[in-house]
Design a protein around this ligand. Structure first.
Ligand SMILES: Cc1cc2nc3c(=O)[nH]c(=O)nc-3n(C[C@H](O)[C@H](O)[C@H](O)COP(=O)(O)O)c2cc1C
Length: 181
């Protein structure tokens, strides 16, 4: 298969996941290209059998350039699509607060991907996301408006700053294997 791994990554976290996905698909003998989204999209989508499209999460959703790119995709394009995102919100888990945080601050990303693929008749192959360290200005925003308690913020920030880590990269590789089938 011809596979394109492309992404929007203002601070580099999503690129680390793109690299892991690219390494994995390349190790299965596929012709794989990895690059930041640019003006050659979405034409280069049409030269691919499978596109992994990645985004930083901005304002609870896919970042604006990625949404614009999805809007520009021609309906019934023949390539298949998978999505990946990094977000500062925690992943859903056993903790109700974590789940709420994920839903409110990052839950829209997968829905946006799925909605576009469904509306345009594009085969959707799945979604991967993990936490990604926020930039200093976004840390200030999170601390001031979402996690104001000093102790809770210390725990939250310490965890968030570790990502994406090696485990995230391994999970991204497992996701890529799953998509390849
Ligand atoms: C302008 C802006 C808005 C953001 N909004 C959110 C958000 O709504 N939810 C969230 O979980 N993370 C948010 N983040 C944090 C990023 O999604 C997170 O740090 C991500 O890993 C950045 O990816 P990148 O390094 O590939 O740019 C925001 C970051 C920026 C710069």
């Amino acid at each position: 298969m011809r596979i394109l791994v492309t992404y929007y990554t203002p601070t580099g976290n999503t690129q680390k996941i793109a690299q892991a996905i690219h390494d994995e698909v390349g190790s299965h003998g596929h012709t794989a290209d990895r690059k930041a989204i640019d003006a050659s999209m979405p034409e280069s989508f049409r030269e691919s059998d499978l596109v992994f499209l990645g985004s930083a999460c901005h304002s609870s959703d896919l970042a604006r350039p990625v949404k614009a790119l999805l809007d520009a995709i021609t309906p019934s394009s023949p390539f298949k699509q998978a999505g990946f995102v990094t977000h500062s919100a925690p992943l859903p888990g056993d903790d109700a607060w974590q789940n709420e945080m994920y839903e409110k601050w990052a839950g829209m990303c997968v829905k946006s991907f799925e909605q576009v693929c469904q509306a345009k008749g594009i085969t959707w192959c799945g979604y991967f996301s993990c936490q990604g360290a926020a930039s200093p200005d976004i840390e200030v925003f999170i601390h001031q408006t979402i996690v104001p308690d000093a102790e809770a913020w210390a725990v939250y920030a310490a965890e968030m700053r570790k990502h994406p880590d090696n485990e995230d990269r391994e999970k991204a590789r497992a996701f890529a294997r799953h998509v390849l089938g």
